[in-house]
Design a protein around this ligand. Structure first.
Ligand SMILES: [Cu+2]
Length: 146
């Protein structure tokens, strides 16, 4: 199902007896390595990119299959208008955890704008509400400062 690039090749050459006694802890470790590889892969589209929304507006891109072009947005206390731009054909949206509002794009509506009102200082998670996308890493942190 998946190759194990993080596992030394020598492990694959282990004699049969050691494979039989493979501790479950090692199996769990391998599973974690695979998960880590998957999640880092899904975030490759937005490697540490921060968007500046401190002026009250920001434009973020939605990429297929499930990522934004940034994993952080900085904003100021107050209102934030977010323009979501579609670069593919899958339905995506932009929501902020705990805040009313949603910008949604589809194959035919390539841009959508939403204004999130009265943001207070703090950190919020923004995400795509299309089923499965948030879990695939289509999310980021919104940092609101005074
Ligand atoms: Cu999405």
């Amino acid at each position: 199902m998946f190759s194990f690039p993080a596992v030394p090749a020598s492990r694959g050459a282990c004699p049969r007896r050691s494979r039989r006694s493979l501790p479950s802890a090692l199996v769990a470790t391998v599973a974690v390595v695979v998960l880590a590889a998957c999640s880092s892969g899904s975030e490759n589209d937005s490697p540490g990119v921060t968007l500046d929304g401190t002026g009250g507006s920001v434009t973020i891109e939605a990429h297929d299959p499930a990522s934004y072009n940034a994993n952080r947005i900085d904003a100021a206390v107050g209102d934030l208008t977010v323009k979501l731009v579609q670069t593919g054909s899958i339905v995506h949206d932009f929501q902020i955890d705990g805040i009313d509002g949603k910008a949604q794009v589809t194959g035919s509506e390539r841009e959508a704008t939403a204004t999130f009102v009265g943001l207070e200082a703090g950190e919020y998670e923004y995400f795509c509400g299309t089923p499965g996308h948030r879990a695939m890493g289509m999310k980021g942190v919104l940092v609101v400062t005074e």
